[in-house]
Ligand binder design. Structure first.
Ligand code: R5P
Length: 314
């Protein structure tokens, strides 16, 4: 693939290496370091003049550092005369503040869109944005892939029989419906009321889960509050088996401990965010699926000006 150059920030080098392996390309060489005061220094060690450059960086925790590193990388590629720069953001952080639904709050997703464009990004490739409308915050092309094909293939291979898709909150209903369309099965919804950024209060369930195998779908597991409370509700309503599928395993705060104690038989997440050491040992029911082929294929098609739409699940 002439002219394609792949680079990686430091947030998820393992996924970047898997994407590079799928494409059969080496990762571009760059020297990324921290100055003694914590500022980030970067020097490209490969020529990128006139190249189609892709820089892979999840803006996962520590999000401020990873976002800044991505912006610096884009600026560096632009000043080194890359012809086109695509920010490949497997996990797009700061996405949950995507509207001003009360006074005196920021819209961080829009701020990040402005920062990426100002730094010099020509395109964005991402996966399961928290809300589809965030694409509209950009005036450059955004390809928002879905992990649904990867997750559904995994669930199908588990031979669970009929499943009931459960959305842990009203915001995830569309996502759950996509899975229901693909895997078959009924839909149920948890009526979640959020108390604060770190605390949720789950209220009721709309739909029937009694004696059912439940597949609970969310885009993010951060503190685990939402998904664990939702699982407790479906268990109280006598669900037989509970499977959780979430694209982005942020797993911060008490998440691992909460998930460990939760009534969950199996959890599937993807590798958009690297796990802390020991998480897999503490959570034997956890399985990590890779999105490297999905993202690698999207990169290949973008580079060749081929359609990316068939990789999308609407
Ligand atoms: C909420 O709107 C999202 O879809 C997730 O349910 C939420 O971000 C998960 O956060 P936590 O795990 O902290 O409850």
């Amino acid at each position: 693939m002439t002219g394609l150059r792949l680079f990686s920030g430091r947030s998820n080098p393992a996924l970047a290496a898997r994407i590079a392996a799928y494409l059969g390309l080496p990762l571009g060489r760059a020297q990324l370091d921290d100055f003694p005061d914590g500022e980030i220094s970067l020097k490209l060690l490969d020529d990128v003049r006139g190249c189609d450059a892709f820089v892979i960086q999840s803006t996962c925790p520590p999000g401020n550092k990873h976002l800044m590193e991505l912006l610096i990388f884009i600026d560096c590629l632009k000043r080194a005369s890359a012809k086109r720069i695509t920010a490949v953001i497997p996990y797009f952080g700061y996405a949950r503040q995507d509207r001003k639904d009360e006074g005196r709050v920021p819209i961080t997703a829009k701020l990040v869109a402005n920062l990426l464009t100002t730094a010099g990004a020509d395109r964005v490739l991402t996966l399961d944005l928290h809300a589809h409308q965030i694409q509209g915050f950009f005036d450059i092309p955004v390809d928002n892939l879905s992990a649904e094909p990867v997750m559904s293939a995994h669930i199908s291979a588990m031979n669970l029989g009929p499943v009931t898709l459960v959305s842990p909150d009203v915001g995830n209903v569309k996502r759950a419906r996509i899975y229901a369309n693909h895997l078959g099965g009924d839909l149920a919804i948890i009526d979640k009321r959020r108390v604060s950024g770190s605390e949720t209060q789950t209220m009721a369930i709309i739909g029937d889960v009694r004696d059912k195998t439940v597949l609970m779908i969310d885009d993010i597991i951060a503190t685990g509050g939402t998904i664990v409370q939702a699982c407790e509700v479906v268990r109280r309503h006598q669900a037989k088996r509970i499977i959780v599928g979430a694209t982005h395993g942020v797993l911060c705060g008490q998440a691992v401990e909460r998930l460990r104690k939760a009534p969950i038989d199996h959890i599937a997440i993807t590798d958009t965010i690297p796990l802390a050491d020991g998480v897999c040992e503490q959570l034997p029911q956890l399985q990590v699926l890779t999105v490297s082929e999905l993202m690698g294929e999207a990169i290949r098609r973008i580079h060749r000006n081929e359609s990316v739409s068939s990789l999308f699940m609407k």
